[in-house]
Design a protein around this ligand. Structure first.
Ligand code: ATP
Length: 311
């Protein structure tokens, strides 16, 4: 669906993205993860034909975004960080306007607007001016305008930015429900959003892709240290001492477990689970639980960006 080849954009002397090369298959939901200023919006604007690259090439469904921009715009739905809404227009009037701009006939536009009003649960405010809507409703109108023309590619730039927790859950579900109908590219600096919604993740840092893969692949690649959660019925001092008898094992954090137990996270370069269990039982402790700790995407991300900065 998308093939980018050494895509580069300079603002004056400064590169916002540099040599981005990637491929996205039809139907995939892909996350573009990066800190503020990483270049996410710049990349997405180029894909939406709103910005010209300085060099490099990108095609969408075989069409070049520079030479075939007019055709591509009809096949792409784009929700920028700030939804492009006209506050004085009614929701229905605005969505009809966008549908017509995207080339739908008056009849198809009316049908599609009725559908998206229902799908986004905004039919109750269809006749209201957009300026009177809450942020959550506005964001749903923003998503509605991005999908009204049934685009093959849907591009969402930080779609949950500024929403409250209830609205975030709602927006995530709406985005997930669109899976299958579109190829979706979502940018975010909120890691949990990316990991819960996307099949693949590109990690962007200072304008370059520093890693890509599924969440599991990224975890496997960057989890150089084994981490184990141990819960035992014994004092914290006894447990720390028992862990200390296992070569290479270090207690990283400690907290009270359920019903008077102690829970520690143990870090080591190798798998020390058997030795740990023997050490704890040998010290007279009651071993309640011993499991590998999940490697969070968050820690991978911090590792990656730090490594990059150090380099
Ligand atoms: P954010 O989440 O903060 O929007 P981002 O990852 O989307 O970040 P971009 O908005 O693409 O990043 O910005 C990448 C870099 O390019 C930043 O250093 C930014 O300051 C710079 N930049 C973006 N737009 C312009 C512009 N129109 N003129 C000059 N520099 C710009």
């Amino acid at each position: 669906m998308i093939v980018a080849d050494r895509l580069t954009k300079f603002y004056g002397e400064r590169p916002a993205i540099q040599d981005l090369s990637f491929t996205i298959e039809k139907g995939q939901v892909v996350g573009l993860l990066g800190l503020n200023g990483a270049g996410k919006s710049t990349a997405l604007r180029i894909l939406s034909c709103l910005l010209l690259p300085t060099s490099g090439r990108v095609t969408i469904d075989g069409d070049d975004v520079v030479t075939r921009a007019h055709e591509i715009r009809r096949r792409v739905g784009y929700l920028p960080e700030v939804p492009p809404l006209y506050p004085e227009m009614t929701v229905q009037g605005y969505l009809t306007f966008v549908a017509r701009l995207k080339g739908l006939s008056a009849k198809s536009a009316a049908e599609r607007v009725a559908e998206v009003l229902g799908a986004m649960s905004i039919a109750d405010v269809a006749a209201d001016p957009i300026g009177t809507l809450s942020l959550g409703y506005r964001q749903r109108v923003g998503l509605a305008q991005a999908i009204v023309h049934r685009p093959a590619l849907l591009i969402l730039d930080e779609p949950i930015l500024g929403l409250d927790p209830v609205q975030i859950v709602d927006m995530r579900q709406r985005i997930r429900a669109l899976r299958g109908e579109h190829t979706i590219l979502i940018s975010s600096h909120i890691l949990s959003e990316i990991s819960q919604t996307c099949d693949r993740i590109f990690v962007l840092h200072q304008g370059k892709i520093v890693a890509q893969g599924t969440e599991d692949e990224l975890s496997a690649r960057f989890a150089s240290q084994a981490r184990v959660v141990v819960e035992a019925r014994m004092s914290e001092a006894e447990l720390t001492k028992a862990v200390g008898t296992v070569a290479g094992a270090t207690v990283r954090s400690t907290k009270a477990g359920a019903e008077g137990t102690v829970e520690v996270v143990v870090e080591s370069e190798r798998d020390v689970r058997e030795e740990l269990s023997r050490a704890i039982v040998g010290a007279g402790g009651g071993l309640m639980c011993l499991r590998p700790a999940e490697v969070e995407l968050e820690s991978i991300f911090v590792k990656l960006t730090r490594a990059r900065e150090a380099a």
